[in-house]
Design a protein around this ligand. Structure first.
Ligand SMILES: Cc1cc2nc3c(=O)[nH]c(=O)nc-3n(C[C@H](O)[C@H](O)[C@H](O)COP(=O)(O)O)c2cc1C
Length: 387
């Protein structure tokens, strides 16, 4: 890459500094398996400027930034993981847009997946650009400033939730939450928030019946297991992945973590299948869901949405998650139910959900316990690459 020469305007150093600061906040965004597949590239090399100019982007003001997926970090065991990675990318774009707006930087979506100019795609390979944002100075956005602390406070909380009826204001806020980066996502996907106890019981039953797929689908479990972190020291050092103590929502001594590392290995899961370990874990998951305050279901209206729509859905999802966090709520996704066609269909038929491709299913509510932050890749600001 050749360094930037003349294509960017005067304020580039400030915008770049603010981008790096915002990258630290965006790094806190949730991703499936905590794989953190997103990378940031500042498009400011001579080559990038030629590519941008060739594609008709005005170069006089601001800077251009690409949010890209790193294929080496992407989950791939199931076709549905592609959707999860695209959504994780959309979540990241949403978080970055909030973090920038809170610092007086507008991030306008210049191109999105499917429309990124080929010269920019080539420049970033093997990373896959999901969105190219044009950053320009703007007044500090007070709404974004209010959301900023929530990016850090939000958690996936896998502890039990209070089962008493939820404050209707929480349910309303979740239904109304809209993406800032992808406003169109409110049209492209629907959100169902269910609080009726009978429906929750029926949903818990479907989870109990199908949840074992999480462990019994060999390729998927192999990949999931590789993301689980066992042992206090390993967890302390981890930058990605799922601490076993977070998955089980409890503190465990080192020896128990070592035992679980063996018990949950793909070989043990296969060997112990006749004992019903996977089914028993699925039943527990169903019970947790049934006793939560609310069930969240997000779906595309279309059966086969474009990949750009799947990225945009991530924006809606983060907006929903932050709306919960703002009111002391949390959620716990049960993605296995969206990853396989049969449970996906069962949920629609047994709960009377709207048609269209389901892409997110979670229990939600007010958790009984707080959860510590999950591991994160370090040096987010320094990792912003210049392309
Ligand atoms: C698209 C998506 C799917 C997820 N699916 C699951 C899931 O099935 N089970 C689960 O326990 N967590 C799930 N998570 C939560 C992630 O594991 C979590 O975001 C990550 O570990 C980081 O933790 P944090 O959300 O507390 O920051 C999912 C997250 C996303 C974005």
């Amino acid at each position: 890459m050749t360094p930037r020469t003349d294509c960017a305007a005067m304020e580039t150093p400030t915008l770049e500094k603010l981008l790096r600061e915002a990258a630290r906040d965006a790094a806190l965004s949730p991703s499936s398996h905590n794989a953190q597949p997103c990378e940031l590239a500042l498009l400011s090399s001579d080559e990038a400027c030629r590519a941008l100019a060739g594609a008709g982007a005005p170069l006089g003001e601001g800077v251009y930034v690409a949010v890209a997926l790193d294929p080496a970090r992407c989950l791939c065991a199931l076709p549905a993981h592609r959707t999860e990675m695209l959504m994780s990318g959309g979540i990241y774009v949403e978080a970055l847009s909030i973090a920038l707006a809170a610092r007086g930087v507008r991030a306008s979506l210049r191109w999105r997946l499917g429309g990124v100019p080929p010269a920019v795609v080539r420049l970033l390979a093997p990373w896959e650009p999901l969105a190219v944002l044009h950053l320009t100075p703007a007044p500090v956005d007070a709404g974004a400033v209010a959301l900023l602390p929530l990016l850090a406070a939000r958690r996936t909380n896998r502890s039990p939730y209070r089962s008493e009826p939820l404050d209707p204001a929480i349910v309303e806020a979740v239904r109304a939450a809209a993406s800032r980066a992808f406003p169109e996502s409110s049209e492209e996907c629907g959100l169902v928030a269910l609080t009726d106890r009978n429906v929750l019981v029926r949903a818990g039953d479907v989870v109990a019946r199908y949840g074992a797929l999480e462990f019994t689908h060999a390729a998927a479990w192999h990949e999931t297991y590789a993301h689980i972190r066992f042992g206090p020291e390993v967890i302390r050092q981890a930058e990605t992945g799922l601490p076993i103590t977070h998955l089980l929502a409890k503190q465990l001594p080192g020896w128990q973590q070592a035992l679980l590392r063996v018990l949950l290995s793909p070989a043990s899961i296969r060997a112990l299948r006749p004992l019903g370990l996977a089914r028993s874990m699925a039943r527990q998951s169903g019970t947790l869901l049934e006793r939560s305050g609310m069930l969240l279901y997000l779906h595309f209206h279309a059966e086969d949405p474009s990949e750009a729509t799947q990225v945009a859905a991530g924006g809606r999802l983060l907006a929903t998650w932050l709306a919960l966090a703002a009111r002391g709520g949390a959620l716990h996704p049960v993605s296995v139910m969206m990853q396989h066609p049969e449970p996906r269909q069962r949920l629609i038929s047994e709960l009377g959900l709207p048609p269209g491709r389901g892409f997110f299913f979670a229990r939600a509510g007010v958790p009984a316990e707080e959860m510590p932050p999950a591991p994160r890749r370090r040096n987010a600001a320094e990792r912003v690459r210049t392309a």
